[in-house]
Each structure stands twice: as C-alpha cells, then as structure tokens.
Ligand binder design. Structure first.
Ligand code: PLP
Length: 357
C-alpha cells in the first residue's frame, strides 16, 4: 500500500495509526462481537466511547467546568443558523468580524433572525488579513468571528476580550494550538479537518447561555435539549464520535495540544519559507502577519503553470493542492494529521518545480 500525501482542505488527512486502529476494531469492537456502528447508542459499550471522547476533549482543550461539550450534526453550517435562531431576535444585534466566505455565510443566516452589524472586515483586500478590532459594542447579542479562514489562508493570532459572548467558528483550527476557552461563549467546529471524519460537529458552549435561548425554537435545534440529554437526545453519529475519540487519543499520545502546536508552527514555517525564498515564483495570498498555520495559500504566475504544478504534484502522490475556486492558485491544508515530513516533501517539490520552470 502506498498512502497519498493528503493536503485536502476537508474532509482531510487522518492519522494512519487512527485508521489502522479503527480497521482492527472494525468488525469486532472490544469483544462486543459487533462493529461500533452496530452498537445501540444507549448501550454501555457505546456510552464508554461517548464519555471518552468528551473527557479527552475537555482535558486536551482544558475546557472549564462551566462549559457543555456537545456532539451535534448538521456541520458547522447548521451552527450558522442555530446560533442566531437561539440567541438573536428582532430587538437585538449580533456583531460580526468578516474574514472570508465562511463569515459571510454565518452573517447571511443571522440576518434572517435579527439585526446584524459588521464591526470589522478585510473584504477590501480579498480577505488577505485579519482586521484590527474596534471597540466591541457592549450591548450586542454576541460577537462572531472565524478563527481560521480555510479558503483565504488567514488565522487569528490572538482573540479579543469581548464584553458580549464571543462566538467562534473554529472548524479549521480547533485543537491545532492552545486557546483560552474561557474567553468564548460558543466554539463550534465541523470535525472533518482536525477532529475526525465528517458527520459530527463539536460545540463547546458556556452553560449560562443555555438559559438565554429564544423560546420559539424547535426542540432539536436548542442547545439546552442536547445538553440535558448528554448529546443523546436522538441517535448521534456514533461512528464519527468513535473516530473522534481515537483522534483525541492519538493527539494525547503525541503530547497534546502544546506539542501539536509546535509541530504545526514548524510545518507551516517550512512551506512559507518555500514561498518566501522562491524569488516571487510562488506568491503567498495572506499578509504575513495573518498567515494561517493550517491552510497555506499561494499563487503561481498563471493558470497554466498552476495546472502543471497540481498535475505534477499528483504524479508524485501529493493531492488536494488546488486552491478554492474563489481564490484560485494553490492551497496546502496541513492539519494536525499532516506530518513535518509531508511538508518537507512538498517544499522540496516546490523547489524542484520552480527550478524546472
Ligand atoms: C471555517 C469553516 N467554517 C464552516 C465550514 C462548513 O463546514 P460544514 O461543511 O461542516 O458545514 C467550513 C468547511 O470547510 C470551514 O472551513
């Protein structure tokens, strides 16, 4: 078997050890005589998986006791709606900091439920940077931001102290670096980049928000419903949660978030160096002070060269390097499961390709 070096933006690379462990347990989970997929979500065998995933996430992210950890479905995209549905109304304003296409989607959904305002944006320069934060209005319902911009390749370096609940879409950088959870009211992330396969969405929500939900919301779309039921109100995506538990175990074995953060810095450094030392052959999309350690975006001189780069990389068994259609060029997504060696391989390829062209 030859594994392809996977730079996909999501679904994305998973650690080989995790895939192999899942493979070993696939048909007979822990002596149950059935796959984890076949277990009842009310069984004690599945309960152990569910609790382990929660406990490991709490430990690795140092989530304080006054937060609920929820495993939901609907992707990060459902959170774009579920948050305003529960916490916004016609009399209130939700504030937004716009750093890309995902912030735009979150804003568009919020507009359906109440008043919104954009307090900072980098749209003026195709979202190449994270804008400075103006004073945050103290009377808003919440402030929403996207911590890492998967498409444009920018990432927040530090988070504001907000007088209103800070809500962050961390889909593409959760668990990639240490963060202070207590600064946030809600953190949400689709799993398919740093956490596991698609199908489960992690929501970390401050408990005091649960009593502030709007009343006219369908039961299944209320956070309090899932909090009360330990994310077992309806059948959860059990296999995705199992995979999440394996990824979290793997991360813990690797030394936890502090270690992975160091590794992620190193990986991104290798690729940004390949861009910066290319004499303009490769151009980074993001401004240097806003560069993402998860999605490295860059362009080549023209479409023809870009296509040749992607095709040649594929020949060398590196995939997922095409940029998002709205930015063009290339993007290497280097989430936690992508290794330093994978990044070295890509950087070496970038050098050879440049010399040949
Ligand atoms: C930052 C960010 N937010 C939201 C989404 C949408 O996630 P989902 O497909 O889980 O709804 C993505 C997907 O790539 C993303 O990168």
């Amino acid at each position: 078997m030859v594994r392809t070096t996977n730079f996909n933006a999501g679904p994305a690379a998973l650690p080989l050890e995790v895939l192999q462990k899942a493979q070993n347990e696939f048909v007979d989970f822990n002596g149950a005589g059935m796959s984890v997929m076949e277990l009842s979500h009310r069984s004690k065998e599945y309960d152990a998986v569910h609790q382990k995933a929660k406990a490991l996430l709490k430990e690795l992210m140092e989530i304080p006791d006054d937060y609920e950890i929820l495993f939901l479905q609907g992707g990060a995209s459902l959170q774009f709606s579920m948050i305003p549905m529960n916490f916004l109304s016609k009399e209130k304003t939700a504030h937004f900091i716009m750093t890309g296409a995902w912030s735009e989607k979150a804003l568009a959904e919020a507009k359906l439920f109440g008043s919104t305002s954009v307090i900072a944006t980098s749209e003026d320069d195709t979202y190449k940077y994270i804008p400075d934060i103006p004073e945050i209005p103290a009377d808003g319902a919440y402030l929403h931001l996207t911590s890492n911009n998967t498409i444009f390749g920018t990432q927040w370096q530090q988070f504001p102290d907000s007088p209103i609940p800070l809500v962050a879409d961390m889909s593409s950088d959760i668990l990639s670096r240490k963060i202070d959870v207590s600064k946030f009211g809600i953190i949400y992330a689709g799993a398919q980049k740093n956490l596991g396969p698609s199908g489960v969405t992690v929501v970390i929500i401050k408990k005091d928000l649960l009593s502030k939900e709007n009343e006219q919301v369908a039961k299944i779309l209320k956070y309090s419903t899932h909090a009360k039921a330990n994310s077992l109100y309806n059948t959860p995506p059990t296999f995705a949660i199992y995979m999440l538990s394996l990824v979290l175990e793997w991360l813990k074995e690797k030394g936890g978030v502090a270690e992975i953060e160091k590794r992620n810095r190193k990986k991104a450094g290798i690729l940004y160096r390949a861009i910066d030392e290319s004499g303009g052959f490769y151009k980074g999309h993001a401004r240097e002070d806003s560069r993402s350690n998860m999605n490295v975006t860059f362009t080549l001189k023209n479409d023809e060269l870009t296509k040749a780069f992607i095709a040649k990389a594929k020949e060398e068994r590196m995939s997922g390097l095409g940029g998002h259609r709205s930015v063009g060029g290339c993007r290497a997504s280097i989430y936690n499961a992508v290794s330093v060696e994978d990044c070295e391989k890509l950087a070496a390829f970038m050098k050879t390709f440049r010399e040949e062209h």
